[in-house]
Design a protein around this ligand. Structure first.
Ligand code: DC
Length: 211
């Protein structure tokens, strides 16, 4: 069975997807982490031109193991959530060859498994025949507050207004790019999580899946 959870940053989809996968004993695929890993790779190898990054994709080995992400054997999991990588991930996600490469990996990862896969295009492009498709959303303000909490755990300084601005910019880029923009699949169930705690979101998803 394939369950997809799409939505913008801060909609709660990562936590909900992770919890849902745990409860159902399914595998979990965080596709945002894959784009972040490519962003990390581009930053760390000073690949400023898209073409340079595209050329290096062929020799690049990206592996997911449980919740860990490895690039060419190096565990980069702890380095994927800072602001620089967050920004770069959104930029590399525009490149069609990057998307092609990651979509292929995502389908390979899911092959023969029960899986909860979260991202932006999982229900629309990667798994159009998924058994259940969810689209989570929340107000920009709520999403910025959640992101701020996440950042202060990492002790990175920032303010709410700046995060709201970054979120708006990222939303705009994610939903207006030519290649697989963020959009709601026609057959997705939409849930606004602005006023919900994560356990309620997970319960709601679980109830729908279990019928
Ligand atoms: O979900 P996230 O914030 O970890 O995603 C990081 C970036 O990757 C975000 O800017 C959008 C992009 N992304 C994407 O384009 N397609 C996906 N399936 C997942 C993430």
């Amino acid at each position: 069975m394939i369950i997809t959870i799409d939505g913008p940053a801060g909609s709660g989809k990562s936590t909900a997807a992770k919890e849902l996968a745990k409860d159902l004993e399914f595998d979990f695929l965080d596709t945002g982490a894959m784009y972040r890993a490519i962003g990390w790779y581009a930053l760390n190898n000073s690949l400023e031109q898209n073409q340079e990054l595209v050329e290096s994709l062929e020799s690049l080995e990206l592996k997911l193991d449980q919740e860990k992400v490895f690039i060419n054997g190096q565990d980069v999991t702890g380095q994927l959530r800072n602001s620089a990588v967050t920004e770069k991930a959104s930029l590399v996600a525009i490149i069609p060859q990057v998307r092609e490469c990651l979509v292929k990996l995502q389908r390979e990862f899911a092959s023969g498994k029960n899986i909860v896969s979260e991202g932006r295009d999982q229900g629309t492009v990667v798994f159009p025949d998924a058994d259940f498709k969810f689209y989570l959303t929340a107000s920009v303000k709520k999403r910025a507050e959640r992101r701020l909490k996440e950042l202060s755990q990492d002790e990175e300084e920032c303010c709410l207004e700046e995060i709201e601005k970054q979120i708006r910019e990222r939303d705009n880029r994610d939903s207006t790019r030519d290649s697989s923009p963020l959009r709601i699949a026609d057959d997705a169930i939409q849930i606004d999580t602005s006023e919900m705690v994560i356990s309620d979101v997970v319960d709601k998803l679980k109830n729908i899946v279990r019928g």
